[in-house]
Design a binder for this molecule. Structure first.
Ligand SMILES: Nc1ncnc2c1ncn2[C@@H]1O[C@H](COP(=O)(O)OP(=O)(O)OP(=O)(O)O)[C@@H](O)[C@H]1O
Ligand SMILES: O=P(O)(O)OC[C@H]1O[C@H](OP(=O)(O)OP(=O)(O)O)[C@H](O)[C@@H]1O
Ligand SMILES: [Mg+2]
Length: 287
């Protein structure tokens, strides 16, 4: 057997760290995790994990020092346009937005022409403003961007927004959403063909976890004369399973459904006489 290992970078500490370790764990990969260690190996998968600062990861990918990473899409947009974007991982959802003081009358992006904007994402802002034909002066800071307007450092800011509470607390309002982001698998353009084979195995496992996370296994009892209506509401993996109940005229119907779709159709299921609806989590889902 080859000793080849895939090198993955994940955030050392911060918002992505915990969910990144969790998704690897759910994919059946156990990592010996001395918290102070900056490098660790997986026990049961050919994977070496490097714990790094997010902002440094695009350069490591570019140089081929790491093969793959878990990173916010927003970081790739800012400084990794040569990095290959893989699977979206469904966590750390946020947006990168422009915000101005609540008291400012904002009629459109032209109101920012000639203004000063504080941000940690200069390339993203520049690309956005250039496309709109706006020129502004950027003030680059690495954190606490939202206080810039209140201390007279800038007229507007560009930063990450999620719940909006940081903007609210700083008397700011979101005026333009420049991009939407979530954690993604980021892949080095220099990855070797040998390691690519390991990456494909990792991607297969991650996809099984992701499919399972967004799907539910549902069971319900349905009167036979309504079965066709109910089946039309529920597209399954191939098609639903229908089993007769002991009580005549009734069937038990089993299927897999996207959780959002389930909430969309629940009222119609009930209207069609479905009873005893059970919804169960799925641990892994191989398509
Ligand atoms: N409030 C938020 N809600 C959801 N996701 C967020 C939020 N803030 C940041 N993120 C996402 O998580 C990523 C990591 O954010 P975090 O603040 O932990 O790290 P950082 O300070 O940008 O990076 P570094 O590891 O270099 O210190 C961001 O790039 C973004 O994709
Ligand atoms: O819309 P909200 O839910 O309030 O989230 C947005 C805030 O979260 C991030 O900061 P973080 O807490 O990661 O602090 P940091 O600046 O130290 O990275 C981001 O830079 C915003 O300030
Ligand atoms: Mg942050």
């Amino acid at each position: 057997m080859s000793n080849e290992k895939l090198r993955i970078a994940i955030q050392k500490s911060g918002r992505l760290n915990e969910d990144s370790l969790q998704i690897l764990k759910d994919a059946g990969i156990s990592i010996d995790n001395g918290k102070e260690q900056l490098k660790a190996s997986a026990r049961n998968f050919p994977l070496e994990v490097l714990y790094l600062r997010n902002g440094d990861i695009p350069q490591y990918l570019r140089d081929g020092v790491v093969d793959v990473a878990i990173l916010g899409e927003n970081v790739l947009v800012e400084k990794g346009d040569d990095i290959i974007k893989g699977e979206k991982l469904g966590f750390s959802k946020c947006r990168v937005s422009l915000a101005v003081p609540k008291s400012m009358k904002y009629n459109g992006i032209m109101d920012l022409d000639g203004k000063k904007i504080a941000t940690s994402y200069p390339n993203t802002v520049n690309a956005f403003l250039t496309e709109k034909g706006i020129s502004a002066e950027l003030h680059i800071i690495n954190g606490s961007v939202e206080i810039a307007p209140s201390i007279g450092l800038a007229d507007a800011i560009c930063d990450i927004v999620s719940s909006g509470s940081t903007l609210f607390k700083n008397n700011l309002k979101e005026v333009e959403v420049m991009l939407k982001s979530e954690a993604v698998l980021a892949i080095s353009p220099l990855i070797s063909s040998e390691r690519k084979l390991i990456l494909e195995k990792l991607q297969f496992r991650l996809n099984s976890v992701l499919n399972a996370r967004t799907s539910k296994y549902i069971l319900m009892n349905v009167p036979n004369d309504k079965l066709n209506n109910v089946i039309k509401l529920l597209p399954g993996m191939r098609s639903p399973t229908v089993l007769p109940l002991v009580e005549e005229g009734w069937s038990s119907l089993h299927t897999v459904i996207n959780e959002e779709r389930f909430w969309e159709v629940i009222d119609e299921l009930k209207q069609n006489g479905a009873e005893g609806i059970l919804v169960a989590p799925i641990e892994k889902m191989v398509m």
